[in-house]
Design a protein around this ligand. Structure first.
Ligand SMILES: NC(=O)c1ccc[n+]([C@@H]2O[C@H](COP(=O)([O-])OP(=O)(O)OC[C@H]3O[C@@H](n4cnc5c(N)ncnc54)[C@H](OP(=O)(O)O)[C@@H]3O)[C@@H](O)[C@H]2O)c1
Length: 425
C-alpha cells in the first residue's frame, strides 16, 4: 500500500492535478486496499491480543503463587544481607585475597567453562580468553556455541577456543564430554590436563521436568551436574603441572534454603516431583546450598589428602541481568530487574563476573572461600553451608548418585556392544 501511494504521489507531482482530484484518487486507493488490510489488521490484532491475554494469565498465576513472593521478598532480602556482610567485612581493614595469578605463562592454561553461551558464563569465557587461557566452551546448543565462539574470536583475534556440546544435567553427556576432551587434548598435542574448571551452568526452572536420568531437571543441572563433571575431570585437574582450580557458581539465595535433608530423594529432586505445586524457588535455593556444601567438603578432603595442587572456591555474582529468569513472564522479569536496578543492586554480566574471576584467579593457596562483591573480596556464606555433618551426608549421597550413574552408563554401553556383536555375528 505504501508503495502504491508513493507511486501515486509521484504521478500527482508530475501531472500537477488539483486537490479534489487527488482526494478522489486517494479515497479510491484506500477503498481498494481496505478489504485486504482490514483482514490482515484484524488477524494480527487477534494474534496480539492472544499474546497479551496469555502473558496476563501467566502474570496472575505467578502473582498468586507463594514461590514468586519468596523470590520477590526473601531473595531481595538475602541479597541485601550479603551486601551488609560485605560492607561490615571490608570496611575497616581492607584485607583482600592475594593478587590475581597471571595466566600469561609460556604454555596456555586450559579452562573449561560450563554454560558459556549466555550471561555470566559467556562473560567469564570472554574474560578468561583475554587472560591468556585456552577456553573450552561448554553449552547445550551447538548453534549458540558457534555464535559465542565467533563473537569472542571477533573481539580477540588471539583467543584460543574449543566448543563442546554438553548437557550438564545428563551423566551420559558429561561422560562423552570427558572422553572427547581427552581425545582433543591428545590430538592437539597438549598436556593431558586442565588448569581451571568453572561450574557455572544453571537454571531457574518454574515447572517440573525430568532430566535424562529421571531426576528433577533443576537439581540435575544446578547441583548433580557439578558433582559428576568435577568427579570426572578431577584426574585432569590433578594431572596439571601447575596448580589447578575449580570454581563453583552459587548464589545469595542459598541464605534462604530451609531444606536441609541430604537423602537421595531430596538431592535428586524426586521428592519435589510429586508435589501439587512445583516449589521452584525452594529447589533453586537448595541447589545453591548443595553447591556450597559440596565445595567446602571437597576443599576439606583435598586438605586431608594434603593435595596442594588443586584448590576449590565458590563464587556468588550477586544479582545479574541475564537470561536466568527466562521462564518467568517477560514483564515480571523486566519488573524484577528494574526494581533491582533502581536499588543499585543489579549488575551486567561483565561486572557480575568479577567474583567468578576473583575466585578463579586468586593465588593458588586460596581455597574454600566464598567470593562475593568483586575486587577480590569474599564473605562468609550461611552457617548451615559450613555444617560438616550435613556436608558429609551430602557427599555420601552424591557419591551414591555418581556410582549408580557410572554403573548405568557401563551397562548401557555393554548392551550396545552386545547388540553390535549380535548384528555382526
Ligand atoms: N543472574 C543472576 O542474578 C545470578 C545470581 C546468582 C547466581 N547466578 C548463577 O549464575 C550461573 C549463570 O547464570 P546466568 O545468570 O548467566 O544465566 P543464563 O544467562 O540463563 O545462563 C545460563 C547458562 O547455563 C546454560 N545451561 C543451562 N542448562 C544447561 C544444561 N543442561 N547443559 C548445559 N548448559 C546449560 C545455558 O545454556 P543456553 O544458552 O543453551 O540456555 C546458559 O549458557 C547460574 O548457575 C546461576 O544460578 C545467577
Amino acid at each position: 500500500m505504501a508503495g502504491k501511494e508513493g507511486l501515486r504521489s509521484l504521478e500527482w507531482k508530475r501531472t500537477g492535478r488539483g486537490t479534489a482530484e487527488r482526494t478522489t484518487s486517494l479515497l479510491a486507493c484506500l477503498c481498494e486496499c481496505r478489504d485486504g488490510c482490514l483482514h490482515s489488521v484484524g488477524s494480527s490484532l487477534v494474534a496480539k491480543l492472544k499474546i497479551v491475554f496469555k502473558e496476563l494469565g501467566e502474570i496472575v498465576s505467578f502473582l498468586f503463587c507463594i514461590e514468586f513472593w519468596i523470590m520477590a521478598v526473601l531473595w531481595n532480602f538475602s541479597l541485601l544481607v550479603s551486601y551488609v556482610r560485605l560492607f561490615i567485612n571490608w570496611m575497616p581493614q581492607a584485607k583482600r585475597v592475594p593478587q590475581k595469578a597471571s595466566a600469561k605463562t609460556a604454555r596456555r592454561p586450559v579452562c573449561v567453562v560450563t554454560g558459556a553461551t549466555s550471561g555470566l558464563g559467556a562473560a567469564a569465557a570472554r574474560a578468561l580468553s583475554r587472560e591468556g587461557f585456552t577456553v573450552v566452551l561448554v553449552g547445550r546448543s551447538s548453534h549458540l556455541l558457534s555464535k559465542m565462539a565467533a563473537e569472542i574470536q571477533h573481539d580477540n583475534l588471539n583467543a584460543s577456543l574449543k566448543a563442546f556440546q554438553v548437557d550438564v544435567s545428563s551423566f551420559q553427556s558429561i561422560l562423552e564430554f570427558k572422553n572427547s576432551l581427552h581425545e582433543w587434548l591428545l590430538e592437539s598435542k597438549m598436556h593431558l590436563s586442565i588448569q581451571l574448571l568453572i561450574n557455572n551452568a544453571g537454571i531457574l526452572a518454574t515447572s517440573s521436568r525430568l532430566s535424562a536420568e529421571g531426576y528433577d531437571q533443576m537439581m540435575a543441572t544446578n547441583y548433580i551436574g557439578i558433582v559428576l563433571l568435577t568427579k570426572l575431570l578431577l584426574p585432569l585437574l590433578r594431572n596439571s603441572p601447575v596448580p589447578s582450580r575449580i570454581v563453583n557458581v552459587s548464589s545469595f539465595t542459598h541464605l534462604n534454603a530451609c531444606t536441609t535433608q541430604c537423602d537421595k530423594d531430596t538431592v535428586t529432586g524426586k521428592k519435589f516431583l510429586g508435589m501439587k505445586h512445583y516449589p521452584y524457588a525452594r529447589i533453586y535455593e537448595y541447589s545453591k546450598l548443595c553447591v556450597l556444601l559440596f565445595t567446602y567438603e571437597l576443599h576439606r578432603q583435598l586438605q586431608v589428602e594434603k593435595c596442594t595442587s588443586v584448590s576449590v572456591n565458590a563464587a556468588d555474582p550477586g544479582a545479574v541481568k541475564s537470561k536466568i529468569m527466562r521462564e518467568l513472564p517477560t514483564s515480571l522479569s523486566y519488573a524484577a530487574f528494574s526494581f533491582l536496578n533502581l536499588l543499585g543492586l543489579l549488575s551486567l554480566p561483565e561486572r557480575g563476573v568479577n567474583s567468578i574471576l576473583d575466585a578463579a584467579l586468586a593465588s593458588p593457596d586460596t581455597s574454600g572461600l566464598y567470593f562475593f562483591g568483586g575486587n577480590g573480596r569474599n564473605i562468609a556464606s550461611s552457617l548451615i553451608s559450613h555444617n560438616e555433618e550435613l556436608a558429609s551426608q551430602l557427599w555420601a549421597t552424591s557419591t551414591e548418585i555418581f556410582v549408580s550413574a557410572e554403573i548405568a552408563a557401563e551397562s548401557s554401553s555393554n548392551s550396545k556392544l552386545e547388540r553390535g556383536m549380535t548384528i555382526c555375528g
